[in-house]
Design a protein around this ligand. Structure first.
Ligand SMILES: Cc1cc2nc3c(=O)[nH]c(=O)nc-3n(C[C@H](O)[C@H](O)[C@H](O)COP(=O)(O)O)c2cc1C
Length: 193
């Protein structure tokens, strides 16, 4: 499809990576909804994009994981200042398969695997000192051996129902292209800036 928003996303993502001044080049804001109905946003690394949706990895029992379990409605928001692109995705988040989670786990560095294993994301931390203590404990536990994926770590795919692309213009005449998916087909409309 010529005017497919997923292809457009891939092109913009690629473009954003060229000579990018960003340290975290794939950071995107994922928003979920808490039990009180408040939106809750935080940055995560976007791992992959396909016709199915937008994938990120995290702890399944983190605050965001619990929120998704309660309400799958989610958003992914991006602003790439150096190219002037804003992207807003809304959709439903679903857990990726165990096999996919394993594959993402294998792409992590040993240091990232260790850190992931050492903590219960979103749980209270009694003191900053415990950051080093818990990491050391995890390091001794695995003692140079392979680190298996914790059962509470995996990925989510946000399956989009709409994607809006905004091309920023200094004139404020931003181009806003909204793609909405109905019955598997994408429809495109322009929005006023
Ligand atoms: C640039 C950046 C990238 C991050 N990437 C991830 C990530 O891929 N997965 C993740 O669980 N947390 C990531 N974090 C930490 C999250 O922002 C957040 O603190 C954590 O996921 C806990 O969120 P929660 O308590 O709402 O579940 C990242 C933070 C930053 C600033």
């Amino acid at each position: 499809m010529v005017d497919c928003p997923i292809n457009k996303f891939k092109v913009w993502w690629q473009e954003s990576q060229i000579d990018s001044p960003l340290n975290q080049k794939s950071a995107v804001c994922v928003s979920t909804i808490d039990k009180s109905g408040f939106p809750s946003g935080r940055f995560v690394d976007l791992k992959s994009v396909s016709d199915e949706g937008f994938v990120f990895c995290t702890y399944l029992d983190s605050a965001k994981g619990k929120q998704i379990l309660h309400n799958a409605k989610s958003a992914v928001t991006i602003w790439w200042d150096h190219v002037g692109y804003q992207i807003r995705v809304i959709g439903h988040a679903e857990e990726v398969s165990e096999a996919q989670a394993d594959a993402f786990w294998e792409t992590r560095t040993r240091s990232a695997q260790l850190t992931t294993t050492a903590f219960d994301q979103s749980a209270l931390l009694e003191s900053e000192r415990l950051l080093a203590t818990r990491l050391k404990k995890a390091s001794m536990q695995f003692d140079g051996g392979p680190i298996p994926r914790p059962q509470n770590w995996g990925g989510y795919i946000v399956k989009p129902v709409s994607i809006e692309f905004l091309t920023f213009r200094e004139s404020r005449l931003h181009l806003r292209e909204l793609y909405t998916r109905t019955d598997g087909c994408w429809e495109k409309q322009l929005l006023q800036p």
